[in-house]
Write a protein that binds this ligand. Structure first.
Ligand SMILES: NC(=O)c1ccc[n+]([C@@H]2O[C@H](COP(=O)([O-])OP(=O)(O)OC[C@H]3O[C@@H](n4cnc5c(N)ncnc54)[C@H](O)[C@@H]3O)[C@@H](O)[C@H]2O)c1
Length: 367
């Protein structure tokens, strides 16, 4: 099955929770495995343990030390250093891939070939071709393929989506997103593939559209060709523009997205302990100026700032529940393989632009 660019540009997946699917009898869930027990993987184990959703839980890592650490924290979890053990275990229904990005494609592919449902941490793969291959294979084997786009499950991002879809801010004019801190440097991918994946998945979800073109500039200061700072521009339909600034070289941790609409503006600060989303009742309007100059007059409206109440749940907990639900009911995840492929397509275009000195790369091109 060929995956056309139309698939990438079509209506994007709606916000988490808004997908209605026909009820199917629940399948029993025997076991789940999480591969990769480094920094992020144990979060999946912790949440699966607290949800008590599977009879067996297996942690897999090449490192015996990491497995011992997990075993100490969660004595009921089985551990193995061999990925093959997970593949050949007929009682493992679903697998989480939380290993370095360069390993995602091969590990996920082998899981699907072994008829396991799989959720792959972000980004889904390291190229559009690899991501498209996973989507094809999941369809062929009729298995769940989910992209670990955590922020699409987070309450503040779902609130932003709700506000934008309800027309609360008018037409979106532009988005500016900053994700910066000191480290963590990755070995196999640059800061674009590491951090900007989050911003791109959030922007595609909020706008429900693919960019027409992408440009990216960046610089590597410590390791050749592993850029540690970058600025990405997404050119979206109807003159909407989005800027994403990502950095591993910043003294402060910044996680801020500003969405400017024609009627109101939103600021989402993920580092805030509470009140992460603020709605600024501010806008600009342009009226004809009636004196001899024939210029325009700008009217600035400074209204109130509203803080919506948001009930926060750990996003990865929602992801765990959703993955389990999709396996049991054979549902398509809201962040399915196609969603993962779209984000990878934007990342790949950004990477191509980066290597070409920042020229805009069209998304529709057959590259
Ligand atoms: N969703 C999020 O918010 C979020 C946050 C951080 C990291 N991540 C993602 O999680 C993944 C892991 O990141 P990390 O920071 O935990 O990396 P890490 O380097 O800390 O850990 C990776 C682990 O995978 C193990 N591993 C590597 N190859 C393996 C294999 N073939 N079989 C079994 N184990 C293997 C390593 O031994 C290591 O313990 C990455 O894809 C990253 O992008 C997601």
């Amino acid at each position: 099955m060929k995956l056309e660019i139309a698939d990438l540009n079509g209506t994007l997946v709606p916000a988490n929770g808004s997908v209605k699917q026909a009820p199917a009898p629940a399948r029993p869930l025997h076991g789940l495995a999480v591969v990769g027990m480094g920094y992020w993987g144990p979060n999946w184990i912790r949440n699966f343990c607290s949800l008590r959703c599977a009879r067996r839980l297996v942690a897999c890592d090449l490192s015996a030390e990491r497995l011992e650490h997990v075993k100490n924290l969660y004595p009921g979890v089985e551990v193995t250093q061999k990925f093959e053990d997970v593949l050949h275990d007929s009682n493992i229904d679903g697998v989480v891939i939380a290993t370095p990005v360069s390993t995602h494609y091969q590990l996920a592919r082998r899981c699907l070939q072994a008829d396991k449902a799989v959720v792959v941490e972000k980004p889904l793969a390291m190229s559009r071709a690899e991501a498209a291959d996973l989507v094809r294979l999941a369809r062929l084997r009729d298995r769940v393929l989910m992209a670990g786009h955590t922020f699409e499950y987070s309450a503040p991002v779902l609130k932003l989506h709700e506000l934008i879809s309800a027309g609360e801010i008018g037409e979106v004019l532009y988005i500016s997103s900053v994700r910066a801190n000191l480290g963590l440097f990755q070995q196999d991918v640059n800061v674009v593939w590491d951090l900007a994946t989050h911003d791109i998945s959030i922007i595609l979800m909020l706008l429900g559209q693919m960019p027409e073109a992408v440009s990216c500039q960046g610089q590597s200061h410590y390791r050749r060709e592993i850029e540690d700072v970058a600025l990405i521009t997404l050119y979206l339909p109807r003159n909407v523009i989005a800027f994403v600034h990502v950095s591993w070289l910043d003294p402060n941790k910044i996680r801020r997205t500003t969405i400017v609409g024609s009627r109101r503006m939103l600021v989402y600060d993920d580092t805030a302990l509470q009140e992460k989303v603020r709605i600024y009742d501010r806008s600009v309007s342009v009226q004809p100026y009636y004196d001899n100059y024939g210029e325009f007059q700008y009217a600035y409206r400074y209204g109130d700032i509203h803080i919506p109440r948001i009930e926060e749940i750990e996003p990865i907990k929602r992801e765990c529940e959703h993955f389990v639900d999709c396996i049991r009911h054979n549902h398509t995840p809201v962040t399915d393989g196609l969603n993962g492929l779209r984000v990878v397509a934007v990342l790949e275009a950004a990477q191509q632009s980066l290597r070409s000195g920042g020229v805009a790369v069209a998304l529709g091109e057959d590259r």
